[in-house]
Design a protein around this ligand. Structure first.
Ligand code: SF4
Ligand code: SF4
Length: 220
């Protein structure tokens, strides 16, 4: 999802790559769960997040929606799922006794925080958000902080998914309403609602790439 913000206001003004050291390590958030208690509707999920969540919980995408763990919302003209905070407390539905109950399968957004991604020229870098976490953080290598297997495949996935959505969003901006609606539903069905048959992340990337190729052909 696009955010129009001044980088110097939210970050230290630097761009980081995977091999850089960054002051992001908040020591496993020991004693603090502030981010998970005040997440609002900001944690949008990509297909990998949902693949991980469905495996970790044993629930389908629709079951997670029914259980109010996820919710759908419009982001740049496209319907996407996000974590649904408890409407009374504002807490993440996966927060339990101040810890993330799905830590190994947490969404990419949570995984990289307090890093964020900055997209430019069909590529992206990491930024360090400096206003979000008050804890005294130590330096750690970006690739280690991200804690993501199959990193090269993952980074390609992040990039390709982002620019696929960005291109689609731009195309839909001038499309008739019924076309927009059909494309929104197709996207939701093809990338989220239809379960992936893969049993691991390597399989997920292969299956997702097939769906992406099909979507690109269908949507032109
Ligand atoms: S504020 Fe910092 S330490 Fe607290 S939950 Fe967020 S990232 Fe972790
Ligand atoms: S999924 Fe886990 S890390 Fe992310 S907001 Fe929820 S409890 Fe926090």
């Amino acid at each position: 999802m696009k955010r129009n913000v001044d980088l110097n206001e939210i970050s230290d003004g630097k761009f980081y790559s995977l091999n850089d050291m960054v002051r992001a390590d908040c020591q496993d958030c020991t004693g603090c769960s502030m981010c998970c208690e005040q997440m609002s509707d900001t944690i949008f999920l990509d297909p990998l997040d949902v693949f991980r969540l469905t495996r970790a919980t044993g629930c389908s995408f629709d079951e997670l929606l029914d259980a109010k763990k996820l919710e759908l919302a419009l982001a740049d003209g496209i319907i996407l799922p996000h974590l649904q905070p408890d409407r009374r407390t504002g807490f993440c539905p996966f927060l339990s006794a101040m810890r993330c109950s799905i830590h190994a399968s947490r969404p990419g957004f949570c995984r990289i925080f307090p890093l964020g991604r900055y997209y430019e020229d069909r590529s992206f870098s990491y930024i360090l958000q400096t206003k979000e976490c008050p804890k005294k953080r130590t330096k750690i290598k970006v690739s280690r902080w991200i804690d993501t297997p199959l990193l090269a495949q993952n980074q390609a996935f992040i990039n390709d998914w982002h620019y696929f959505l960005e291109d689609l969003s731009a195309a839909l901006a001038s499309a008739p309403t019924d076309t927009v609606r059909r494309v929104q539903l197709y996207l939701l069905h093809s990338f989220y609602r239809t379960a992936y048959t893969a049993t691991d992340e390597a399989g997920f990337y292969a299956e997702w790439r097939e769906r992406l190729a099909k979507a690109r052909t269908l949507l032109g």
